[in-house]
Design a binder for this molecule. Structure first.
Ligand SMILES: [Zn+2]
Length: 71
């Protein structure tokens, strides 16, 4: 009997884990190893600190400035 409960718990845990993973993936793009704009390698520390980081510091700064100007 307890086996059935264990299985049910494991399954719901797996489903929850899957849902969390999907939700996280939606909000953040995969972290790039090279800048999307200038193709320079992104420092490993930046890759680890900035989840879903797409640009090097210089290009990210430019990108944010352009965005601000656009608004
Ligand atoms: Zn760049």
């Amino acid at each position: 009997m307890s086996d059935v409960i264990d299985t049910a718990q494991t399954q719901s845990e797996l489903i929850l884990e899957h849902q969390i993973r999907q939700a996280t993936q939606k909000t953040s793009l995969p972290t790039r190893t090279h800048c999307i704009d200038c193709d320079e390698p992104i420092p490993l520390l930046r890759q680890q600190k900035v989840t879903g980081c797409q640009r090097c510091v210089a290009c990210q700064t430019d990108f944010e400035k352009q965005n601000l100007r656009g608004v």
